[in-house]
Design a protein around this ligand. Structure first.
Ligand code: ADP
Ligand code: MG
Length: 777
């Protein structure tokens, strides 16, 4: 013990000396000065003493005040300075992998170290962590995964849960688990950090934990709503019902008083906006006024107009544009660049900022451009709180974000651009006043802002809960519904029941809600249950290689690109890979082609020619490796690639495995004279996304489609489908342990066929079951 103490003491001394030397170097001194200028620095002592005296502390402070980069460092520094020595192990969770990576890099730089020394990170597939790492930034998912094997977080001294205001599902889940853990680990410290003033909610959840607010400073921001923006250009909005021209549902219209040239331009933008659609979540009156403003349409013209105006006339300073999603960002970026709309391209630095960007791209966003160059960042809501760009002076806010929601009644996930909350709007506005007085343009009228919800609905209330339920079971947290009733805000009972029912149907839970062998295996795989099931079956039926590709492909951003202006070409390119009415098999072919091309160092060309994303292809490649090694851990495959691929060339078998994984995601194909229509049990008529290979066909010689995902946009759309025959569905559809067919085919329900079928089915189930129970046999 004495030896251990000595080692620890030496280690702290070493860390302390190292930091001291760094802080005395010119670079280190500059860095320290910057750190000291952050608002959080003034609260350092108060924060540290609150943390040492309380098991739970809730900290709130404006984005950019230094919470994420400084507070973990304060703890690390005070621990190495204290007599306790460098035994601390601090884990700081981030909702997104990109922030875990960029923050850890920044903190290491602030300490004059390389990543992987005292500061490290871990996200899925990647990590940088050494023997002496005391401060680890990781995604929330990684910490949850660790809790699976290490229920008490042995050795961890501090857990910091960051960005809790976002109310992601993983974070809400983690908080329930940690709340249970605290009494078992009285020494463990829990620190919750939020960018908004909702600390009370969390504090009362943890029995009145102390709250500390870090007063920030921002410069005043001049705010323009749509009516002001139009007015600046010579237009005025008048309540539409006072002019009445277009029919009752349209409330707003512009007076036509502006110079002619500009008028047509902007008028068409607003005209477009007036063609907007539905906003079910608001009251009828609000819906009526909201329905006139669809920033998705108005956005493009108006954003362009504003950007030109800023580039031409305004003082220096970066521009941050909040847009709905990646598609919008990339098409606007392409458009601006292709037509040099913003003037001399050497004077504009146009960047995109979104969740899946590469880290080299990321660094450019933080850099200040040369004099005379205007930095413009087109961003998703990731730039709202997790990433702070210091030199922003102008913000353009389209008012929408893509949000998943979940319709429990129809058991259908929806992905719709929806209006942001008031909190988000304020947050976006605040991004502009960090270095000097700022300017914010909201591309919607004031009345629309007034109708925004105060906060966004927490994710746990708006997504399907299957993976979460499985996790609850694998962490042995008792009854699912009882556990979820202890959440900060509990999900609807119906949503919980749907999830449990689903897990029973696919055979992951038995009748008593206990994990089956399949369920246990699924919890070890970091993918949705259906994809995990597909992987396991791919191993059991010796067709692993193509299934690895299918599952990896479904876990990354769609590798088939469809640029708006080349939609037809792109769809034709995908059709070349089409093979027997399956998007999944098309992906397998595309990947195999890429792999060959990559060997000849022609991967990029191949992607370019075939409208494929090289980034996604690479991600598929590394995910395949990860899945393979996880499957090796299960014992279902050994290193011998030949055995587990003995049947990989068999299209029917691959189809069977896909079918088994995706069931009950199934719809029937109804042919009529010229084409066909699709129906599911719950939704009635459904449609295919236009980039599905099956959407190009007029006839599909199969009675069923299995699909990966259905999403309600206006109608219900299916993404990625594979056609299957009756016999495949009969044998491979349905739960492994239940063997039900959902009453699809009368013929097979009649004796003696029914008996034969049942026997065959039972034997198949037994085979799978035995394999899952004794993988190494
Ligand atoms: P908070 O978590 O309170 O939002 P952060 O700790 O993330 O704040 O950031 C504090 C400051 O550090 C910000 O002013 C930000 O601009 C700066 N910063 C953070 N990351 C980087 C980076 N990678 N490069 C340069 N500056 C950064
Ligand atoms: Mg932060």
């Amino acid at each position: 013990k004495a030896v251990m103490e000595k080692i620890v003491w030496r280690r702290s001394l070493h860390l302390r000396n190292q930091q001291q030397a760094w802080q005395e170097s010119p670079e280190g001194r500059k860095m320290l000065e910057f750190r000291k200028s952050l608002p959080v620095y003034k609260e350092k002592d108060a924060l540290l003493s609150a943390i040492s005296q309380n098991q739970v502390v809730v900290i709130s402070g404006e984005t950019g005040c230094g919470k994420t980069t400084q507070i973990p460092q304060f703890i690390l520094e005070s621990e190495t300075e204290s007599v306790r020595g460098a035994v601390c192990s601090i884990i700081c969770t981030q909702p997104r992998r990109i922030s875990a990576m960029s923050v850890s890099e920044r903190v290491a730089a602030e300490r004059g170290e390389n990543l992987g020394e005292s500061v490290g990170y871990k996200v899925r597939l990647e990590g940088m962590k050494g023997r002496d790492t005391h401060l680890l930034f990781c995604t929330t998912g990684i910490l949850l995964r660790r809790l699976l094997v290490d229920r008490n977080l042995k050795g961890v001294t501090h857990v910091i849960v960051d960005e809790i205001h976002e109310r992601g599902m993983n974070e809400d889940f983690l908080l329930i688990v940690l709340k249970d853990l605290l009494p078992r680990r009285p020494e463990l410290r829990l620190i919750l950090m939020s960018a908004t003033l909702d600390a009370e909610l969390f504090s009362s959840y943890f029995g009145g934990a102390p709250m500390i607010h870090i007063p920030g400073f921002t410069y005043p921001v001049r705010t323009h709503f749509l009516e002001n923006i139009l007015e600046m250009t010579g237009y005025r909005l008048t309540p539409y019902n006072q002019i009445d021209d277009y029919g009752q549902e349209k409330i707003w219209k512009m007076n036509k008083q502006a110079p002619r040239k500009r008028k047509s331009q902007i008028f068409s933008a607003v005209e477009d906006a007036l063609r907007a659609t539905d906003f079910k979540e608001y009251s009828p009156q609000t819906q009526e006024s909201l329905s006139c403003w669809n920033p998705d349409c108005i956005g493009f013209n108006l954003i362009e107009h504003l950007l030109c105006n800023i580039c031409e006339k305004e003082r220096p300073g970066a521009v941050l544009v909040f847009m709905t999603g990646w598609d919008d960002i990339s098409s606007l970026k392409d458009k601006l660049q292709a037509h040099q709309i913003l003037g001399d391209p050497s004077r504009v630095l146009l960047l995109a900022c979104h969740g899946s960007m590469a880290s080299s791209e990321q660094r450019l966003i933080f850099d200040e451009p040369e004099d005379g160059v205007r930095k413009i960042v087109l961003a998703t809501n990731i730039a709202e709180t997790s990433i702070t760009i210091n030199d922003v002076v102008f913000v353009i806010d389209c008012g929408k974000a893509k949000e998943t929601s979940y319709d429990a009644l129809n058991n259908t996930p929806c992905l719709l651009p929806s209006w942001i909350s008031k909190v988000s709007a304020l947050q976006r506005r605040g991004r502009s006043g960090r270095v000097q007085p700022g300017e914010c343009y909201h591309l919607y009228p004031r009345c629309v802002y007034d109708a925004f919800a105060d906060y966004q609905l927490p994710e746990i209330l708006r997504t399907p809960l299957q993976s979460l339920c499985l996790q609850i079971k694998s962490l042995k947290l008792g009854s699912i519904s009882e556990f979820l009733s202890r959440a900060l805000q509990s999900p609807e009972l119906l949503a919980v029941q749907n999830a449990i029912e689903y897990l029973k149907i696919i055979g992951a839970l038995d009748e008593n809600e206990n994990l089956t062998a399949l369920g246990r295996h699924l919890t070890m795989l970091p993918v949705e249950p259906k994809l995990g099931k597909m992987l396991l079956l791919g191993a059991i039926f010796y067709c692993l290689d193509p299934i690895l590709t299918v599952v990896a492909g479904l876990s990354v951003r769609d590798p088939f690109l469809t640029p708006l202006d080349k939609k037809d070409l792109a769809e034709a390119a995908k059709a070349q890979f089409s093979h027997d009415h399956s998007d999944h098999l098309a992906l397998v072919r595309a990947y195999e082609g890429w792999k060959d091309a990559e060997q000849d160092l022609a991967g990029y060309e191949y992607c370019w020619k075939n409208f494929l994303s090289a980034q996604s292809m690479k991600a598929i490649d590394s995910l395949r490796k990860e899945f393979f090694s996880l499957l090796k851990d299960t014992g279902l495959v050994d290193s011998n690639m030949t055995t587990c691929n003995a049947w990989s060339y068999d299209g029917h078998l691959i189809r069977a495995v896909i079918c088994c994984g995706l069931y009950p995601g199934i719809c029937s194909i109804v042919h009529n004279e010229k084409s066909f229509s699709l129906k599911t049990m719950e939704d009635g008529q459904v449609l295919l996304y236009s980039n599905s290979v099956n959407a190009r066909e007029s006839k599909i010689p199969y009675p069923w489609l299995v699909f990966n995902e259905k999403i309600k946009v206006n109608s219900v759309f299916l993404r990625d489908s594979t056609a299957v025959s009756d016999s495949l569905l009969l044998l491979f559809g349905g739960g492994i342990s239940r063997g039900d067919m959902g009453g699809y085919l009368e013929f097979f329900m009649k004796p003696p066929i029914a008996e034969m079928y049942q026997t065959l089915r039972r034997e198949l189930d037994e085979l799978i079951q035995n394999k899952l129970l004794n993988p190494r046999m």
